[in-house]
Write a protein that binds this ligand. Sequence first.
Ligand SMILES: [Fe+2]
Length: 147
Amino acid sequence: MHLGHINYPPTTLGEAVDKWHHDTLPLDCVMTVSDPATLDGGQFEWFRGTKHEMAAMRDRGETIPRERIVAPAFPGPGYAIALHGDMIVHRGAPLNTLAERISMVNGYVAMDPSVDEQSRSRDLIALDVQRAIADMRGGEVPPEHYE
Ligand SMILES: [Fe+2]
């Protein structure tokens, strides 16, 4: 099963297209829709280290050493990279010049319920089970839910 979304650029220069983060899903495919050759900045980047290292660096107020940031080359629109999005810290770097920078991301989860999908989906569902069920039923929330 896959879940997809499209990233559009911010309208403010210097603002990351997508801030440093890791995903909730175990496998992502990030595809550039725009031609990277037409963009100044906005590259997809990942941190060469663990998400725990990144969290510790953030807590210490450290900046990420440039040599630990990897920006893979995307030769043109339609090229993609697959990554363990829930383990790899990544971002869309800020644009240096405003432009139409669009990427499409598909995230994949195992359909076999016996497989540990290594995602945080259970945490998200646990936030508000009644609301999630209600959304699936067209928005009707049992009145006792908010009492
Ligand atoms: Fe992501």
